[in-house]
Design a protein around this ligand. Sequence first.
Ligand code: AMP
Length: 482
Amino acid sequence: MSFADLGLIPELLQAVADAGYTEPTPIQQQAIPVVLAGHDMMGGAQTGTGKTAGFTLPLLQQLARHANTSTSPARHPTRALILAPTRELAVQVFESVRTYARHLPLKATCIYGGVDMNAQIQELRLGIEIVIATPGRLLDHVQQKTINLSQVEMLVLDEADRMLDMGFIPDIKRILALLPVKRQSLLFSATFSEEIKKLADQMLKNPQLVEVARRNAVSETITHVVHPVTSGMKRNLLVHLLRHQPDTQALVFVDTKLVCGRLAHFLERSGISADAIHGDKSQSQRTETLEAFKGGHLRVLVATDVAARGLDIDELPCVINFELPHTAEDYVHRIGRTGRAGHKGNAVSLVCAEEKHWLADIQKLIKFEIPQQAVPGFDAEPEFDEAGHHGRGHKNRTEAAAHSDGERGGAAARKSSKPAGKSAKSAGKSLIAADGFDFSKPYIPATSSELITASAASTHPSHPPQRPLRPVAVLLGGLGRK
Ligand code: AMP
């Protein structure tokens, strides 16, 4: 199938050809005709599937009848609103809109928090047809009356599950109340919980369900591996792995901002160019770091889940979980940054005994057992094989299959995989490396951090609060249509 077969107008076909796309991806093949037909849509697709073009191309075609070159702001009311959970995702969607709209006189802007509002206000005053926004900053503009949403015809809610995780649903509801009732609405989410379904009920009218890979399915182009290792040796193993693949860029995931900054610093000290991206960095720092990474000037980007949300880095070859996520679905989101658009990718996880039960949860969700490879010189704790109540081999594989059927399976499996003793142990995960480097301490620049001694570090409390586990949401297939 070609893009022309989807009924796109010449201006969009030209833009798609300029971008070098020859064939629509499965989500594009399914979503574009639905949106062009004017239906509301519920899209089950993760980043990496081409979903942005899947909604942007038909959105632009729906708005093309309004395209004009007038300089009067009145001729450019806001007709489409695209909501994204993070600044990074909003900027990426904005870049896609600009790419695909390059042969159409439609104006777009991106508004997000953490930066001065004045430049955004000036731009909105000129009249902008397509606004890509994060919810909080959009409401700031609404409050200041610097945006008028009364002529919005199309609404896109991107990564709705992330909106939910980040507590944006009340803001979304406030925004929905400000929009005309007569509009076309699209909702995209990688996962569909009851809350997302409730939101969809409020937001969509007779939606068509478009789903590409089943939720939580992982790309087949990704090779997964687990390296069992003690928590104390993880950072040395990371350096070892990176040194053995000197040309590879990697996105390294950690669980906390503290570990994020300190691990990037450790890599730098080990001669590997690295930087950290997390919620405490300013927008300009985050943009700068991301650009350096995308431009290949930085070999390693160390990130937390929130900061990395929606990152679209072309041909990223490797994602490394320095720490396993505590929610199995986050594993799918993390590794979704590699193996995109048909490219090959590697998902490497450094796992210590205390994380074994999270590994079991992940394997249940993705429905296969990740091969384990010990790296010589970096052994796991002796209790690694018993930890998490899951040995390697057949038993694990059988459980992974048996507990893969959504919410009930996940909850039941979680219960059976964590007897009380093990849970208590896992809550006390150590952040102190074998050589005394304490990841739980605040970031200290190079010279003074060298002063941290093993004995000083070992007196530091090492009991980070454990995040509550999110229930594994129901499968998309169980979603009731209206
Ligand atoms: P997304 O899922 O929207 O984040 O897109 C993932 C990546 O796929 C982006 O880098 C897009 O530029 C790229 N992409 C989108 N559509 C296509 C296509 N039809 N052919 C090749 N690459 C595409």
